[in-house]
Write a protein that binds this ligand. Structure first.
Ligand code: 4AD
Ligand code: MG
Length: 465
């Protein structure tokens, strides 16, 4: 018989009909006459209650129905007398796919800490919490594709292996087939990359932006959505060594169009979660973050505050003068820490903030320079509890300025000559940004550690599973 998903069974129950469901046992309880099995198949947060009449099923079968065991159950769906569910399945036939030894199964009925679940990340998708997070993660990916597709922007796949450091920050993971124990050397005694797979040094990409720009300057509007890698040794609740980034890049866009797009885009994602993930959000807000729903609705209800970096520094300096203590110093030219960003968002404006016009020294070489000679048209979107969720800019469209700026910032021309060329062959004003997918998920799920919104986190000293 065809398997029904528990999601379908609960959403549109067909009472007094025979159905088959398949899933994993969450719990079993009961008495001498009857057993109640909570079955979950991952399709939604809800379990289906299975009622097994012990006159019908042998003790040998029932013994095997322990937490974690996998079953198919054929039976009749009836209205439930008990509290907690509206329907239940009167079992007629139970097939056990796999038993699960209760003595060695790490997931017990009692709630586990998030730290413990990270250690058993291979099993945590079976918990309510991670089921909810993974379903929301899926929904956010769909929301993102839907948003850009409707706008007429095309999804472009940029390479994962690259020979250029897009951000110029030098935090790349090397990709090589050379034998690290016996590196080939050239006459000067340096590593001979000509002998490496690509004939030159390569690494995992930190961003698809540069290639994304090439596509935007042909297709008009594009976005990338893929994994990116950063070997920064930041053991924080907001950094991963492998994370997913969404990078729209739009021709004929200036920094103001870019801000409008970023605001509309993030609001669309939040609205999508409210519309499509209600049960999972309700679970997470009840168990982890009572303020979650209000925060999501609040973002939708307010327009984001738009300020320049210089204005931001002034506000922070004023706060310090009035006695507010920050761990890190504040002065014009400093790269703001997340405590500063969060002060602006959570305490000063109490809404998301888009900050622009950063000192050029702290931003990447590709950002368009302002007339003042000191600042660039960068644009960061700062969110409550997260800090920076988006980083972007209008791009330098002028060949000479871009080339000079790249030189000043020590980006080798031999690595980006093709990127510079776009400014010689029909250059146009254009802009784009990068949204950290996991940072968006932190905001939407209310989780506080980025390791808990990606199935298998990669962080310093951790690449298990
Ligand atoms: O600000 P970033 O470094 O910007 C870029 O990479 C640009 N190329 C984007 C563009 O203009 N197309 O990174 C963009 C976003 C950050 O705002 C943050 O949300 C996320 O990526 N991010 C990280 N997320 C998790 N772990 C890390 N180590 C991250 N580094 C950046
Ligand atoms: Mg940034």
């Amino acid at each position: 018989m065809k398997r029904l998903m528990i999601k379908e069974v609960i959403a549109s129950p067909t009472l007094d009909q025979e159905i088959t469901v398949m899933g994993w046992v969450r719990t079993r309880r009961g008495n001498k006459a009857v057993s109640f099995i909570a079955l979950n198949d991952g399709s939604c947060i809800h379990n289906l209650q299975i009622v097994a009449d012990l006159a019908r099923f042998s003790p040998e079968v029932m013994q095997q129905i322990t937490t974690g065991a996998s079953l198919a159950v054929r039976g009749t769906l009836v209205a439930s007398q008990g509290a907690g569910q509206s329907v239940e399945l009167q079992a007629e036939e139970i097939t056990i796919f796999g038993t699960c030894d209760p003595n060695s199964y790490p997931l017990q009925k009692k709630g586990h800490s998030l730290e413990f679940l990270r250690d058993i990340a291979y099993l945590r998708p079976r918990t309510n919490t991670f089921g909810a997070i993974l379903r929301i993660r899926h929904n956010m990916a769909i929301a993102i594709h839907e948003f850009f597709h409707k706008k007429g922007y095309y999804y472009v796949h940029t390479p994962i292996i690259t020979s250029s450091d897009a951000e110029g920050a030098g935090q790349m993971f090397r990709v090589t087939t050379l034998n690290l124990d016996k590196l080939p050397l050239n006459k000067a005694g340096e590593v001979d990359y000509k002998k490496d797979f690509f004939g030159k040094p390569t690494a995992l990409t930190v961003s698809g932006q540069l290639e994304g720009e090439l596509a935007a300057l042909a297709l008009g509007g594009i976005y990338t959505f893929g994994p990116t890698f950063r070997a920064e040794n930041s053991n924080t609740p907001r950094h991963l060594a492998e994370f997913w980034m969404i990078e729209p890049e739009i021709a004929f866009f200036d920094v103001h169009d870019n801000m409008d797009l970023a605001e509309e885009f993030t609001k669309h994602c939040v609205q999508w979660a409210l519309d499509n993930c209600a049960d999972d959000l309700a679970f997470l807000s009840e168990h982890f973050d009572k303020g979650l729903m209000d925060r999501l609705r609040f973002v939708l209800a307010n327009s984001y505050e738009r300020i320049t970096y210089t204005q931001g520094i002034e506000i922070l300096e004023k706060a310090i003068a009035e006695g507010h203590k920050f761990e890190f110093p504040v002065y014009w030219g400093v790269d703001l820490a997340s405590e500063h960003e969060r002060y602006l968002v959570e305490q000063h404006f109490q809404k998301p903030v888009i900050m622009t016009d950063y000192p050029k020294e702290i931003k990447a070489f590709y950002m368009k320079q302002n007339e003042d000679g000191k600042t660039v048209r960068g644009m960061d979107v700062l969110f409550p509890l997260i800090g920076e969720i988006i980083g972007g800019s209008e791009r330098e469209a002028d060949f000479d300025k871009l080339r000079t700026h790249a030189q000043e910032m020590g980006v080798p021309e031999k690595d980006i000559w093709w990127y510079l060329d776009t400014r010689r062959f029909g250059t146009v004003p254009h802009a784009g940004f990068g949204l950290g997918f996991e940072r968006l998920l932190l905001f939407v799920t209310g989780m506080s550690n980025i390791r808990d919104v990606i199935p298998f986190p990669r962080t310093p000293n951790n690449a298990e599973f």
